[in-house]
Design a protein. Structure first.
Length: 303
């Protein structure tokens, strides 16, 4: 058998799918439903063809908008219906329009599509009912327009479970956005993890309050503790801090620690533990707070 030499370009890997408009992609998929396609089209055309495109969503590799800053506008019900397809969009390309109730009922979908969501336009409520959200979802809801939110940190048998996680009091599993109910769950740590989302809501004037909560203290760095203190002092909320940070950061922020003594439960140095570099006056002022130090510490007076 005669063997013909093959040049390098002949054995190169095939290039990725060539971008098509929505109409071109649908035409190609109707001819060959197994072909893989990448779609690049205007936001308006993608929204117009979203239902038909969803029929072939397993064959669509990527969705891209060609006319930014235009966004794809849908309802949250549509977002839930087309979630797998919309997950292939570039980040910040989706705008959702709906009431808070409908958006909240599709919370699992919103969480999954959070990277793609640019904005959620909430139909203004005509009633006085507070829009209760979990601190877990504060970064998601900070993308909203027209929202007025109350952070729900303590849920009892009369409230729905909206926080991911497991009830620490019993063996009941908490279902995010589901109908399960539980007793005695305090989502305090989520407040620390999501303080940037809470602050974003507050800065936009959409945070109407934070429910008082009880239970364990929040574990936070000094900077997180500062941010949480500034935020919570605006509301009738009791909270307590377990400060965990480096010796350097504790030293630099010793005045905040001294002034926050009543809120501080414990202080733990982490990382490479070094002497705290503070003045004698600062040491005198922070004496009660430093007595809550969980590990041994030494002082290097700077003045």
């Amino acid at each position: 058998m005669k063997v013909t030499a093959v040049s390098a370009p002949g054995i190169a890997s095939p290039a990725g799918p060539r971008p098509m408009t929505a109409s071109q992609a649908l035409a190609a998929l109707k001819i060959n439903s197994r072909v893989k396609v990448t779609i690049a089209d205007t936001a308006e055309n993608i929204a117009l063809n979203i239902k038909d495109l969803n029929s072939f969503q397993t064959q669509i590799v990527l969705l891209g908008v060609t006319n930014p800053p235009a966004k794809i506008n849908l309802t949250s019900t549509q977002a839930k219906l087309y979630a797998n397809l919309l997950a292939k969009l570039f980040e910040n390309t989706l705008v959702l329009n709906d009431t808070f109730g409908v958006l909240n009922s599709n919370l699992l979908t919103l969480r999954a599509l959070n990277p793609q969501i640019n904005k959620m336009i909430i139909t203004p409520s005509t009633g006085t009912t507070k829009q209760m959200i979990s601190p877990w979802d504060s970064q998601l809801w900070s993308k909203s327009v027209n929202g007025k939110f109350q952070i729900q940190t303590h849920i009892n048998t009369s409230g729905p479970a909206t926080n991911p996680g497991t009830n620490t009091s019993t063996t009941a599993t908490v279902v995010p956005g589901g109908s399960s109910k539980f007793v005695g769950y305090d989502d305090t740590q989520a407040l620390s993890i999501n303080y940037k989302g809470l602050k974003a809501l507050d800065d936009m004037g959409m945070l109407t309050g934070i429910e008082s909560f009880k239970g364990t203290a929040i574990n936070a760095s000094v900077l997180e503790g500062k941010a949480l203190t500034d935020l919570f002092n605006k509301y009738s909320t009791e909270f307590y801090l377990n400060i965990r940070d480096t010796s350097s950061n504790i030293s630099k922020n010793i005045d905040f620690i001294a002034n926050s003594n009543k809120k501080i439960v414990s202080i733990t140095q982490i990382g490479n533990i070094k002497p705290l570099e503070i003045t004698r006056a600062q040491n005198f002022k922070a004496d009660r707070a430093l007595s809550k130090m969980k590990n041994a510490y030494s002082l290097l007076f700077t003045g």
